[in-house]
Design a protein around this ligand. Structure first.
Ligand SMILES: NC(=O)c1ccc[n+]([C@@H]2O[C@H](COP(=O)([O-])OP(=O)(O)OC[C@H]3O[C@@H](n4cnc5c(N)ncnc54)[C@H](O)[C@@H]3O)[C@@H](O)[C@H]2O)c1
Length: 441
């Protein structure tokens, strides 16, 4: 009888796993999916806690670079060992782990997810899937090659409001879609776009392994409390992706699903309120062109993004000017009406310049987290795996490259992974990982 380790190490197991990931579960002789959680507080705690709410899961290990942020998981599963370095966790307990949540700051998603998938572990990774475009392409390819079950942490994908709106659009209630305007109230988290590193950085608390927190990114001192860790990293270009990176994968998600966008944008142009080399702007606008689909009126479709509190114009939408738009959401402008989808709220439909009394069928909410667990147990890939989530992430991160070339339209060849009209801009597609953190293909 092969042990879990010997079974997983055989080429036969690898081939079978790629074809049918659930098969390995059958060898486990343990009815529960054995999970790890990487990143244990903040969103990590909610990811771990949600997964633990599924009757068929059991957490066998946790990892957080900051031991002060592991109190909740200790209470949840007192006998599960806690690591600060996920690589040590995988070295020591790799055989016991079937899958893992990855809920660290953005800059570490790709390296951790890549290491997990190479060990044939199923992965639920927070949005955005990666910190740069070439990492996203790498993760998409690796997910396909390994056949593990993957899901992006854009949980509203499974919410009734988003599911209902996507179905309503696909059912043709507003006709084919001519344009989409998306927006988000979040700013570069209240900062000016010109914030600089702390001039008198303090040492990290003893509970934090700072070298591990910085990981793939260029080293810098700990800084100050909450400057980078926890939460503050979002503002900083080396670690986060600003408001577009934070919310783009949520708010564009129903746009991608409703219109069945699977391809890359062909061009994108950004305007913003200004930035330095360290942080993202306080307010941005990005205009994308995507190839049309069966749900669009033309062979291409314009999709725009605004953040930092500016709302899109309702001109040309048929939505009365007296309507108060939600703080964040999207307007789908169709040939026969417009649909406003708040983030997260029930849609409204406007036809002929006024609110419509159409009542399209409402789809129920599904449990996004448990959908991934069920996928791991059954071998069925959920709807927003890393192929979908990778394409969504690439589009979001390309918008962030446009932000670096304010006012200049960048043309993109997604297959060749090349910005074709601005050679210099291609340098932002990838980043050299810090020594010791290279990501092998
Ligand atoms: N889906 C959502 O609605 C949603 C909401 C908030 C955040 N997020 C995403 O979740 C991720 C985490 O965001 P957050 O707000 O919780 O950040 P955070 O900084 O508050 O928490 C991150 C946690 O990960 C730990 N960590 C950092 N680096 C680590 C590493 N290399 N290995 C293990 N643990 C590590 C930190 O100590 C901390 O406990 C981000 O990708 C963010 O975009 C998603």
């Amino acid at each position: 009888m092969p042990t879990r380790r010997t079974f997983l190490q055989t080429g036969a197991a690898t081939t079978l796993l790629a074809a049918a990931p659930a098969f390995v579960r059958g060898q486990n002789l343990n009815s529960k999916l054995q999970l790890a959680g990487i990143g244990c507080d903040g969103k990590g705690w909610s990811d771990i806690n949600e997964m633990a709410g599924h009757a068929q899961t059991h957490h066998v290990a946790f990892c957080d670079v900051d031991l002060a942020r592991t109190e909740k998981v200790k209470k949840l599963q007192p006998d599960a060992p806690i690591f600060q370095d996920y690589r040590e966790m995988l070295d020591q307990l790799g055989d016991k782990i079937d899958g893992s949540t990855v809920s660290t700051p953005d800059h570490m998603h790709a390296r951790i997810t890549s290491d997990l998938m190479k060990m044939k572990k199923h992965v639920y990774c927070q949005k955005p899937l990666t910190h740069n475009v070439s990492e996203a392409r790498h993760i998409r390819k690796l997910a396909k090659k390994t056949g593990v079950i993957t899901r992006l942490g854009n949980q509203i994908h499974s919410h009734s409001h988003y599911r209902t709106a996507a179905k309503t659009i696909q059912d043709g209630v507003i006709g084919k879609v001519k344009e989409v305007r998306s927006w988000c109230a979040a700013t570069g988290h209240g900062k000016s776009g010109y914030m600089d590193r702390p001039t008198h950085p303090i040492a990290p608390p003893e509970t934090v392994k700072w070298d591990l927190w910085v990981g793939v990114a260029p080293m810098r001192p700990y800084g100050d409390v909450k400057c980078y860790h926890p939460w503050g990293w979002r503002d900083w270009q080396d670690f986060g992706n600003g408001a577009l990176g934070d919310f783009g994968c949520h708010i564009f998600d129903p746009v991608f699903t409703a219109l069945n966008i699977t391809g890359a944008p062909t061009d994108f142009t950004a305007h913003h309120t200004g930035m330095n080399d360290e942080v993202w702007p306080a307010q941005t606008n990005v205009k994308y062109t995507f190839p049309g689909t069966e749900y669009t009126s033309d062979r291409s479709i314009k999709i725009s993004w605004d953040d930092g509190g500016s709302l899109p114009s309702v001109s040309g939408t048929g939505i009365p000017g007296s309507v108060a738009l939600p703080r964040s959401g999207s307007i789908f402008i169709g040939e026969n009406g417009s649909l406003v989808l708040p983030h997260v709220g029930a849609m409204s439909i406007y036809v002929g310049g006024k609110a419509s009394d159409k009542k399209p069928p409402v789809l129920e909410s599904l449990n996004h987290y448990h959908g991934w667990v069920d996928g791991c147990l059954s071998g069925k890939q959920p709807s927003d795996g890393f192929e979908y989530g990778g394409a969504l992430t690439e589009a979001v991160l390309l918008g962030n490259i446009a932000i670096r070339y304010r006012g200049k339209k960048l043309q993109w060849n997604g297959d060749a992974m090349e910005i074709t009209n601005n050679k210099d801009a291609n340098k932002w597609l990838s980043r050299k990982n810090r020594d010791g953190w290279k990501m092998d293909s």
